[in-house]
Design a protein around this ligand. Structure first.
Ligand SMILES: Cc1cc2nc3c(=O)[nH]c(=O)nc-3n(C[C@H](O)[C@H](O)[C@H](O)COP(=O)(O)O)c2cc1C
Length: 393
């Protein structure tokens, strides 16, 4: 049978530290340390431990050229069988067809190897961010200082004070006032329904294609309110909507040219539960009327930026631009907004039917009516938002 190595693979020598009573009783620190090799292959989506013989063999098999298994030497036969079972080497035999398909899908998408590995192995599943902060005693700013010591200073100066050039104070206009009102909202009002018109306007402002630039029938670039590398606009908006007039609670995909919601099948979990679990239990965001999942179609970007060292970075930046446009649009409409990447991607992928190496989840935003009272802390030191007069829509 002919074999080749999977297309993208990084092998990490990882230290494993375990408590060991014998080590403690013999006067040591009670910790047993051992190193093991951990293979990170994005087409698998989970870590795989390999032994030294397997590690050595992985370095000898081409990821491109198919070679006869027998040519790798009899002494490697057992390691090869194990690597085939683990999916790190793929075989031409029908038995390996599923693994070969997964590997070929990753190959066809032109990922930069480091970006693919980073993306595949930084996704969360079942994480509880709130509990993690409680367990580490880092829930508040004061606790953070207590646990982590002094942070780096809030600003730096690169010249002596006298050498800096003060810039003029400018008159404040409506746009400056809008910027001052932008505060991450952690208090939403579930008792108030959002008019459907507000949903359409906000989603349109952020995600709608304002123009289509048609180069040929099959090659179209889009113009939106935020910038996008190469004008490709690969980031899709998937919505979880609740409590909005004229729109049934549920999951949707937004079509940026048609400016239309596309209803998706109901998820297995009730919507409230899905929202909270997806947000890693950050209940302060889970009451928002609309959650927007920012999900790049990677191939749309990597079609142009093939195996490109900066392509993934560009997508992360694009998500940031969309989030800021969403914040400002919501603020202007008297709504609260948030962004987070502390999310359980695997749950969102399942709910919206997204293959993580094709259309992963980069970030989650949300918006809705602000609550009348601040229960969870927001950063509004100048009290721009949390004065009754300024929150009224
Ligand atoms: C990329 C990104 C991720 C964030 N993730 C979280 C989060 O997981 N939970 C949260 O409560 N706030 C999150 N925030 C909001 C920040 O905590 C917030 O911006 C910061 O406290 C400053 O407050 P402001 O946005 O009101 O100026 C995030 C912000 C950004 C830009």
């Amino acid at each position: 049978m002919k074999v080749r190595r999977c297309s993208i693979l990084h092998v990490e020598p990882r230290e494993q530290v375990e408590f060991n009573l014998a080590a403690l009783l013999s006067g040591g620190d009670g910790l047993a340390r051992g190193c093991r090799w951990v293979a990170l292959a994005p087409h698998l989506g989970h870590e795989v431990v390999v032994d030294e013989a397997e590690c050595l063999l992985l370095g000898r098999i081409s990821p491109e050229a198919w070679v006869e298994a027998g040519a790798l030497g009899d002494e490697m036969a057992s390691a090869l069988r194990s690597l085939l079972r683990k999916g790190l080497v793929v075989g031409r035999h029908a038995r390996y067809v599923e693994m070969r398909r997964k590997d070929e899908e990753v190959r066809a998408r032109h990922w930069h190897p480091l970006a693919a590995t980073f993306h595949a192995f930084t996704r969360w599943s079942g994480a509880d961010a709130v509990q993690a902060m409680q367990e580490t005693g880092t829930s508040t700013a004061a606790e953070l200082r207590e646990q982590l010591g002094t942070p780096p200073p809030e600003t730096i100066s690169r010249v002596a004070e006298n050498d800096s050039i003060p810039l003029a104070e400018d008159a404040c206009n409506d746009f400056d006032r809008l910027l001052e009102l932008r505060v991450t909202c952690r208090n939403f009002d579930t008792s108030r329904r959002l008019p459907g018109q507000m949903l359409s306007r906000l989603i349109g402002r952020v995600f709608r294609a304002r123009s289509c630039v048609r180069v040929t029938d099959d090659t179209v670039f889009l113009k939106k309110s935020s910038p996008s590398g190469g004008g490709l606009h690969p980031i899709e908006a998937y919505l979880l909507i609740r409590n909005v007039d004229g729109v049934a609670d549920g999951l949707y995909h937004y079509h940026p040219v048609a400016h239309a919601l596309e209803p998706l099948p109901a998820p297995e979990l009730p919507l409230d539960q899905l929202m909270l679990d997806a947000l890693a239990q950050q209940h302060w965001f889970a009451d928002a009327h609309v959650m927007v999942v920012l999900s790049p179609r990677y191939l749309r970007n990597f079609w142009k930026y093939r195996h490109h060292a900066k392509a993934y970075r560009a997508l992360v930046l694009e998500a940031g631009h969309l989030s800021q446009t969403l914040y400002l649009s919501a603020t202007e409409m008297g709504l609260g907004a948030y962004v987070t990447c502390a999310v359980n991607e695997t749950l969102l992928e399942k709910a919206f039917g997204l293959d993580p190496m094709a259309e992963g989840v980069l970030a989650v935003c949300g918006f809705g009516w602000r609550a009348p009272e601040m229960v969870t802390m927001e950063l509004d030191p100048a009290e721009r938002v949390w004065q009754a007069s300024s929150v009224e829509a």
